[in-house]
Design a protein around this ligand. Structure first.
Ligand SMILES: [Mg+2]
Length: 194
């Protein structure tokens, strides 16, 4: 299968580093649990959107972004099982190089630039599955949908929207395996309606 995988807050912990940097820069005490909205600035009342979003454009910021536990192991294991992995990210062009060097190729060295697709229109990308923490990237896509749990998507009805919610990479890998088994069964039984 072709597995599309989001980057921010799916394979790495952008939010943790972002909230920490805003706290130290602006003397705040916010937690990632306060980010219950896709707009991160909403967790920092009194700060402008530019102040909050400017943080991730600071040179060196991405050096502090760590991978999600188990993400590298799961992606490597799925690749070894013969699945094709593509990172599909809506990354801003301004910090793209730093993010690739300091996060993707540093912690996921088995992935190559050829496996990276940069777009804000993920629904235009073809693949069997998308794993993403943004419901807006999953809705309307022609892929099977795995929603990576995050404080900002906790009130979203994943199941009601045809998505599988996973809380960590162990669950994500299991969900992929379940989908792979289903697809295999459908392929073997041509009269089975999906
Ligand atoms: Mg994301």
């Amino acid at each position: 299968m072709t597995i599309l995988v989001d980057m921010d807050d799916t394979i790495e912990q952008l939010l943790e580093a972002w909230v920490e940097r805003c706290n130290s820069l602006y003397g705040r005490h916010a937690s990632v649990l306060d980010v219950t909205d896709w707009n991160v600035a909403a967790a920092f009342p009194g700060l402008t959107r530019e102040q909050v979003y400017g943080v991730i454009e600071e040179p060196g910021f991405w050096k502090g972004v760590l991978p999600k536990p188990g993400a590298a192991e799961a992606l490597r294991s799925l690749a070894e099982k013969g699945h094709e992995i593509y990172i599909v990210t809506a990354t801003e062009y301004k910090h793209l190089a730093e993010k690739m060097d300091e996060v993707l190729f540093r912690y996921f060295p088995f992935l190559k630039w050829e496996q990276v697709i940069v777009t804000r229109r993920k629904q235009m990308i073809r693949g069997d599955i998308l794993i993403d923490d943004g419901p807006h990237n999953l809705l309307g896509g022609a892929y099977r949908k795995i929603l990576f749990d995050a404080p900002h998507n906790r009130f979203f009805d994943a199941e009601g929207n045809g998505m599988i919610r996973v809380r960590n990479w162990q669950e994500a890998e299991q969900a992929v395996e379940r989908i792979a088994a289903e697809e295999k069964r459908c392929g073997e039984e041509p009269f089975l309606v999906k």
